[in-house]
Write a protein that binds this ligand. Structure first.
Ligand code: HEM
Length: 146
């Protein structure tokens, strides 16, 4: 066996150990309820429930209960409060503010339902990427026009 093969074997052993540790940490984190386990609501159900329950926000086809988070929101209470009972997908993904990874992960812990026929995606970054792609296309078109 040549030395390169030995080095690669040792490295893959080290990588496996590291992956095991990462998997352990990952399993202890709260990644939010999987979408398949959430109840499914019609849009009208969301509107109806929002009349009596404060703090519900739709982002990327998923209903989140943000009531307890209101006082903690780094972007302030008024912006979050004005999104209660609404679809804030665009606002959350750059329309008002492009939230960081941590905010997307935090959001996932607040899931309570999925909206029927909504292209719901557990990966809220998809909407962020779509939003950014649209923005850059617009910017390009504007540049070409000038
Ligand atoms: C729905 C759940 C929301 C969660 C969990 C959330 C979470 C956060 C977090 C963790 C930050 C700190 C910076 C970052 O991580 O990006 C932040 C900042 C901010 N958020 Fe939100 N946010 C939510 C909704 C919204 C909405 C709907 C708006 C606007 C309509 C908004 C506007 C802002 C703004 C403007 C900041 C920047 C604060 C600053 O640095 O000055 N957020 N948010």
């Amino acid at each position: 066996m040549n030395s390169q093969v030995i080095t690669e074997m040792l490295l893959s052993g080290v990588l496996q150990q590291k992956q095991k540790k990462l998997d352990e940490v990952r399993s202890q984190l709260n990644w939010g309820t999987p979408l398949s386990e959430l109840p499914v609501w019609d849009k009208s159900e969301f509107i109806e429930k929002s009349k009596t329950q404060t703090g519900l926000i739709v982002i990327s086809g998923i209903v989140h209960d943000c009531a307890d988070f209101l006082v903690e929101h780094p972007g302030g209470q008024p912006l979050l409060k004005s999104s209660f009972g609404k679809d804030a997908t665009v606002a959350f993904n750059g329309g008002v503010y492009a939230h960081a990874n941590a905010a997307h992960n935090l959001l996932a812990t607040m899931r309570i339902a999925v909206i029927r026929d909504s292209r719901a995606s557990g990966n809220t970054f998809n909407s962020q990427l779509e939003y950014l792609a649209k923005k850059s296309e617009e910017a390009l078109a504007k540049k070409e026009k000038n």
